[in-house]
Design a protein around this ligand. Structure first.
Ligand SMILES: [Zn+2]
Length: 294
């Protein structure tokens, strides 16, 4: 048995490119998608990341950041495309808890188990993390912590890997935030790896001609030491011999032997017409003229 994968289109964010890519050749504002994913296997349904709470919350980051959202991009509407409600989802997995990844988790009932790396929750309440972890989102997770069965905390730095369900496991990412995790799923199209924001931009971090052989470029947004972030990226690219890599804010690509071998303009089967990856030709694009932003 393997998982069927669907992309959830959870809006877009605009932010200054220098927050994502160091030494960007074209500084300025970029608009990138915010994605979650739905994994289905029989009656089992798993959601990975839940987007932002509402578009204006991104303004707390300053630097002209903002969210963009159409009504159909609400998480509830995206699940509805697949005939589901939040109560039909057994597990929500978080790559990390940043403002654009854990904003709609409180839409799920306490009977849905939310899975977080303990280190990430600790970091979110450490006071070291600024506005990237909105109190609304994090307080909800603390409510889950005090509700039996509503929160599952992983200890990935110590265990190295923890299985959530057959064919679905979590690994410590080792970068971007202190407690980010990779989600690895055996899908009907092969191994899928969800890396959160360890990779912001495939083009800049994996395909740049300035990279030396087998190198991977850092993003401009990481809290661990540069050496640790670099090592995390190298581990990511070697997490399996052949896999499809899903960054949260860019299009997926196929990786073989630690190198990008194919940009994925195909979609995994079973996706409904509302699937984000069938609607846009690239994930990393210049913003449109003013007027459509929130
Ligand atoms: Zn993000």
């Amino acid at each position: 048995m393997s998982w069927t994968l669907h992309t959830l289109d959870l809006g877009e964010v605009e932010l200054n490119q220098r927050r994502m890519v160091p030494n960007a050749e074209a500084p300025g504002v970029v608009r990138v998608p915010v994605q979650g994913w739905l994994l289905v296997q029989g009656e089992q349904r798993v959601v990975i990341d839940t987007g932002f709470r509402e578009p204006n919350i991104l303004r707390r980051l300053g630097d002209n950041a903002c969210g963009i959202e159409q009504p159909h991009q609400r998480l509830v509407e995206q699940l509805r495309l697949h005939g589901l409600t939040p109560a039909d989802v057994q597990f929500v997995l978080h790559t990390h808890l940043h403002i654009d990844h854990a904003g709609q988790t409180d839409l799920f009932p306490m009977s849905t188990v939310v899975v977080v790396n303990r280190r990430e929750l600790e970091y979110a309440v450490s006071g070291l993390s600024g506005p990237s972890y909105p109190p609304e989102d994090i307080k909800h997770l603390i409510d889950r912590l005090h509700t039996r069965g509503a929160l599952s905390l992983l200890d990935l730095e110590a265990t190295g890997s923890e299985s959530v369900l057959p064919g679905l496991r979590c690994l410590p990412a080792g970068g971007h935030t202190e407690g980010s995790m990779l989600v690895v799923a055996d899908t009907d199209q092969g191994v899928a790896v969800f890396c959160g924001d360890l990779i912001y931009s495939v083009r800049h971090q994996l395909l740049s001609p300035t990279l030396t052989f087998n190198d991977v470029g850092l993003s401009a947004n990481h809290v661990v030491a540069r050496r640790s972030e670099k090592a995390a990226l190298k581990r990511l690219m070697r997490v399996a011999p052949h896999f499809k890599l899903f960054p949260s804010h860019d299009r997926p690509v196929w990786v073989q032997d630690a190198r990008v071998v194919q940009g994925a303009d195909d979609c995994l089967p079973g996706q409904a017409g509302g699937c984000w990856c069938q609607q846009t030709s690239m994930g990393y694009r210049e913003p449109e003229a003013q007027g459509s932003t929130s």
